[in-house]
Design a binder for this molecule. Structure first.
Ligand SMILES: Cc1cc2nc3c(=O)[nH]c(=O)nc-3n(C[C@H](O)[C@H](O)[C@H](O)COP(=O)(O)O)c2cc1C
Length: 182
């Protein structure tokens, strides 16, 4: 089964794991188009996302373009699954509240296909009542949350907040893609 994935990436250290996830999806025969927040590109550059996904990377909804269609609307209509991984606390909050201040959040809001969110952050950020409420709000609206795991975090502390390994994410995405196929 070929799946079209809009992959939203955000400013979290776990972007490096999502590089491997992108490879797994492409190897599976899925089509992947990356929508990166500006901060995500501080962690992994545009050229890496472009090469791994084998597609142009979407970052700026306002950049000049030959196609007349707004990028965020076109991406939202194109995909079968909208996956945000890693999802920062900041972008999780925006998704929970319907903010649309960058290409990723605009496309997510415009998307009528299933939303899959894989949060990754420092343990205290994840445990914060604000973040927990945002995660619950998204779940209540039908988003699938791939919960962060416990263990050693890149920021130097132990706790819950780390992104699951790429193979674990891939298995979850395969299952969700099967359940939600059109
Ligand atoms: C070194 C470093 C690592 C960070 N790692 C994370 C992270 O893993 N998760 C997170 O939610 N925020 C993390 N942040 C903070 C986000 O980058 C920051 O909130 C940013 O505004 C997120 O923007 P975005 O959601 O638009 O990508 C980190 C910041 C720095 C400087």
């Amino acid at each position: 089964m070929s799946v079209r994935v809009a992959l939203g990436v955000t400013g979290a250290i776990a972007c490096y794991k999502v590089c491997a996830l992108t490879r797994l999806m492409v190897r599976e025969g899925w089509e992947v188009r990356v929508a990166a927040t500006p901060r995500a590109l501080d962690f992994v550059g545009e050229i890496t996302w472009r090469t791994l996904s084998q597609h142009a990377v979407e970052t700026d909804a306002f950049a000049p373009r030959e196609d007349w269609r707004p990028r965020h609307i076109e991406l939202a209509a194109w995909c079968d699954l909208f996956v945000v991984a890693p999802c920062s606390a900041n972008t999780l909050a925006k998704l929970a509240h319907g903010l649309a201040d960058n290409l990723l959040t605009q496309a997510a809001l415009a998307c009528e296909r299933p939303l899959v969110v894989a949060p990754a952050m420092n343990a205290a950020m994840w445990a914060n009542a604000a973040t927990q409420a945002n995660a619950e709000a998204l779940k209540a609206r039908g988003a699938r949350l791939l919960d962060p795991e416990a263990g050693e975090l890149a920021c130097g502390v132990r706790g819950t907040g780390r992104l699951p390994e790429p193979e674990v994410l891939m298995a979850a995405l395969r299952r969700i893609a099967g359940e939600t196929a059109r």
